[in-house]
Design a protein around this ligand. Structure first.
Ligand SMILES: O=C(O)[C@H](O)[C@@H](O)[C@H](O)[C@H](O)COP(=O)(O)O
Length: 302
């Protein structure tokens, strides 16, 4: 049986003896209404694989995710006046939908958000496959985000040109300090990069065994042979993802269980090349948002 919210009653000393690498955080009993959903989740953290939050339902996951993003936004705006966030496509966008509801639609300082794409399909912005269109239709058309703070790719270019153009756009924003610079690399330091994960363990458009995983110099690159359609995409590279202040990976459903275990568990060297496992922020924080099904093969939770 999966560890669920009842597991908070397991004494921490027992968990400790089960596995010292795992630093379980038991949620406090004194919860506000806002944090109630979090208390329905199980949360643990593992050295260098980040914090893992497992939720009983997609509804709880969405609430916790919205809460977490809102908190990061508040901290970033306090620290440097803006919140720079990069999105992916897929189910992530629907799971972020609660940001459009109360209290977040009123309490978040949307005017300070700058929105980018960690990966984008090279199609027209109006195309049904466009990650920009997905996010626009379901998220930011419903929120008071400043239109000039939204940075879609230039959809009139080839994949190669679009990647290079996107890198240029980001470079200008780094230059004027809208986007921070990492102090561990020469990469931009986004306040938050939000990723989904495919059943094959891909994140952004970084697919297993693809040469794009080796890219060390470019901030943004392109592929023309994506195993997941459409084939042409641009993507942030691993150095950029791993330079972010915060990285969130969201994965739900049993189809992601194997990849989640390979990405998070203490497994053999064969898993080290899995893109999701290569997400390892240098100084930033990594948090996994999983549902029970996606977490069902995690050794430490079963
Ligand atoms: O453009 C894309 O295809 C996405 O950015 C991709 O990386 C996605 O996030 C994962 O494939 C997970 O997608 P699901 O959550 O829909 O399974």
């Amino acid at each position: 049986m999966l560890i669920n919210h009842y597991s908070v009653f397991i004494p921490i000393s027992l968990l400790d003896s089960v596995d010292r690498q795992f630093d379980y955080i038991l949620r406090g009993c004194h919860c506000s209404a806002r944090s109630l959903a979090r208390n329905m989740a199980f949360e643990g953290s593992m050295k260098d694989r980040g914090e893992v939050r497992i939720h009983e339902s997609l509804d709880e996951l969405s609430t916790d995710l919205a809460d977490y993003i809102a908190e990061l936004s508040e901290v970033s705006v306090k620290e440097h006046g803006v919140f720079t966030v990069a999105l992916s496509g897929g189910s992530l966008i629907n799971l972020m939908r609660k940001l459009c509801d109360a209290p977040y639609n009123k309490t978040v300082d949307w005017s300070k958000w700058y929105i980018f794409w960690a990966d984008e399909r090279v199609v027209a912005k109006t195309h049904v496959d466009s990650n920009y269109k997905l996010a626009k239709d379901h998220l930011f058309s419903k929120l008071p985000i400043v239109p000039s703070h939204v940075y879609p790719i230039n959809d009139s270019l080839t994949a190669e040109e679009a990647a290079s153009d996107y890198k240029f756009v980001i470079r200008q924003l780094v230059r004027i300090r809208v986007i921070n610079v990492s102090n561990i690399s020469d990469c931009p330091k986004f306040d938050l990069i939000l990723l989904g994960m495919g059943p094959d363990g891909h994140v952004a458009s970084l697919f297993p065994n693809h040469s794009v995983l080796e890219e060390k110099n470019e901030w943004v690159t392109f592929i023309t042979n994506s195993p997941k359609p459409p084939p042409e995409r641009i993507t942030f590279t691993l150095p950029v993802i791993n330079s972010a202040a915060n990285v969130v990976v969201v994965a739900t459903g049993g189809g992601k269980a194997e990849a989640a275990s390979m990405a998070i568990d203490d497994v053999g060297p064969e898993c080290l090349g899995l893109p999701a496992r290569m997400v390892q922020p240098g100084v930033g924080k990594l948090v996994w948002f999983l549902d029970n099904e996606a977490a069902s093969k995690l050794k430490r939770f079963s």
